[in-house]
Design a protein around this ligand. Structure first.
Ligand code: HEC
Ligand SMILES: [Cu+2]
Length: 313
């Protein structure tokens, strides 16, 4: 297809080419219709203008054939855009379950990344080639927006909940990360890079630590410590037995939770987060409201670690 804007960023994710194709299609159609319609309006306006006071004027009230055509054709074109759009959208909102999960913490003005093994990095996100990557993102202050143009992904990041995005890199190299939400004085300095490396380089990167570093717990291991330290164990078993609260065994795998008011909610990071901070906001069916609220008692990192631990059960 004719590419009007050849300055699109590199195509570094599986769907980059599809996104550009749809973008080109919509842009080309818009330009075509803008030029032909305005052109026709100007041409016909000049050609059939009233040239003198006594000139007779033709009054045409309607033309069924023409009106049908200019309704049906644009409807079909819009439907095509919509269907292609929704197919891409669904794909972009549905991460494969095999995705590598990396936590993103946004601060004014930097990005912190936490990898499954507990490795941390700031402003540089290292990911392996050809593997789906799912980012679980939260902000520690104002709203930011995580944007990797080459991967064609962008998602707002808020304080107090998690937002997600995923992509699968198909090119080795370094790509820009920008903050796409104006977030204060140093907003334009809130930049980073994604480094797409081979699987071996990625594994080396995860274990690469400086001599003298404290022994490093993975988020799940740190969560396991919190499970007893914060007394979750007094009410939540790990073996499936129901005590004062529902067992943690298979919590994430069960995917959905039936609440006391009859509604069914998906079990994801945001559900767990809310269950810990405001346990009574969504009451699990069959239990009493005895869980203490942990709002203010746990850091963002504690919450992320507990969630990582619950996923392993
Ligand atoms: C005093 C007992 C008690 C303690 C301590 C407690 N909980 Fe709970 N928890 C409950 C009860 C009862 C429920 C079910 C009712 C509800 O939804 O509030 C529950 C629900 C939950 C749920 C939702 C579970 C599901 O199956 O949908 C999560 C997640 C959770 N708790 C996490 C924790 C974590 C993490 C801790 C420790 C930081 C903790 N709880 C400490 C009693 C407790
Ligand atoms: Cu920002």
């Amino acid at each position: 297809m004719f590419d009007l804007f050849t300055s699109m960023p590199e195509q570094a994710a599986t769907w980059s080419a599809d996104v550009d194709w749809l973008n080109d299609l919509i842009t080309n159609l818009s330009v075509f219709f803008t030029v032909t319609l305005t052109g026709a309006m100007i041409y016909l306006g000049v050609k059939y203008r009233k040239k003198s006071e006594d000139q007779e004027v033709a009054y045409i009230t309607h033309n069924a054939m023409l009106e049908t055509v200019w309704t049906v054709v644009p409807t079909i074109i819009c439907a095509v855009m919509f269907v292609y759009g929704i197919i891409s959208y669904k794909e972009m909102r549905t991460p494969p379950s095999s995705a590598i999960e990396i936590n993103v913490d946004a601060y004014s003005w930097r990005w912190d990344f936490t990898y499954p093994g507990g490795k941390k990095s700031t402003n540089t996100l290292v990911v392996p080639l050809g593997q789906p990557i799912r980012l679980i993102m939260t902000s520690h202050d104002v709203i930011h927006s995580f944007f990797i143009p080459a991967m064609r992904v962008k998602e707002d990041v808020y304080q107090g909940n998690y937002s997600y995005l995923w992509f699968e890199p198909i090119k080795l190299g370094e790509f820009h990360i920008f903050c796409a939400e104006y977030c204060g004085l140093q907003h334009s300095a809130m930049i980073g890079k994604v480094k797409v490396v081979t699987q071996e380089e990625y594994e080396d990167y995860l274990v690469d630590r400086k001599a003298g570093d404290a022994p490093q717990l993975s988020p799940a291991e740190a969560g396991k410590v919190l499970y007893t330290e914060k007394t979750c164990n007094t009410c939540h078993s790990l073996d499936g037995s129901q005590t004062l609260g529902p067992s943690f065994k298979g919590l994430f795998a069960s995917k959905e939770r039936k609440l006391a008011d009859g509604t069914v909610v998906p079990i994801d990071e945001n559900y767990i987060r809310e269950s810990i901070l405001q346990p009574q906001a969504k009451m699990v069916e069959g239990f009493s409201p005895i869980m203490p609220a942990f709002e203010g008692q746990l850091s963002e990192e504690d919450i992320a670690n507990l969630i990582a631990y619950l996923k392993t059960l």
